[in-house]
Design a protein around this ligand. Structure first.
Ligand code: ZN
Length: 231
């Protein structure tokens, strides 16, 4: 029979204690940005991670993808607590969602612009796109087209932003009368990018970003967004 060698017991040090806390916090923030459900699972795995996951930096970066923009029925205490913590931690997605409702539902232009700008300054790309759209819808078309051109140049896929916005508008009551009035036409009489229908296919969103006339792109987006109005 083979004998096992016995080693003296050492003081146990958890692997987590060997990693700088800032690094663990950063890793957890990346997990939270990808999936709030995964973060919740990690928090249940050990006390140490649970404590680190309570850092406001983690809540600031948490994804809200699994939460609808408007809750039509009361949500459980755990979810409400999570959303409250995200708001307290200045999660830009919270500002963005509030601004969406402020503008498209409550028609409060000034408040919406403040929140979209705040979210955009925190790196929220979709909020930056919404600043352009608000500019276009409020009649400041020259400036709005200029802003769209700039963010396109900076590499933002405005077609994908538009698709995301339309999906979001389908979740809320769009009651802003600006959407009933707003029309934008390209003075260069381009017609290549005139929308064929109000239902834009994914491929068309992908195709339009590169070299298209920005005014035509903006006109197309405005037409699709206005079609979401409930007025
Ligand atoms: Zn054009």
């Amino acid at each position: 029979m083979r004998m096992r060698r016995r080693f003296p017991k050492k003081n146990k040090v958890s692997y987590l204690q060997t990693i700088p806390r800032e690094l663990t916090t950063h890793i957890l923030s990346r997990v939270a940005a990808s999936s709030a459900a995964d973060l919740s699972s990690i928090k249940q795995s050990c006390q140490e991670l649970r404590e680190i996951a309570e850092d406001s930096y983690v809540y600031q970066h948490a994804s809200l993808d699994k939460f609808p923009i408007v809750e039509w029925s009361p949500i459980c205490e755990k979810k409400q607590k999570f959303l409250n913590k995200c708001k307290e931690s200045s999660n830009p997605e919270i500002w963005y969602r509030e601004a969406l409702l402020d503008f498209f539902n409550k028609k409060d232009y000034a408040l919406a612009l403040r929140k979209f700008s705040k979210a955009a300054e925190a790196g929220h790309v979709q909020a930056l796109y919404l600043c352009c759209i608000m500019m276009l819808l409020s009649g400041n078309q020259r400036r709005g087209v200029g802003m769209i051109a700039k963010i396109k140049k900076d590499g933002i896929r405005v077609g994908l932003c538009c698709r995301k916005l339309i999906e979001e508008l389908r979740q809320i009551w769009v009651l802003n009368p600006l959407l009933s009035q707003s029309r934008l036409l390209c003075s260069k009489h381009h017609n290549r990018y005139r929308p064929r229908t109000n239902n834009w296919s994914g491929e068309e969103y992908e195709d339009e970003d590169e070299d298209d006339c920005t005014t035509c792109v903006a006109a197309r987006h405005i037409k699709l967004i206005c079609a979401c109005s409930h007025l």
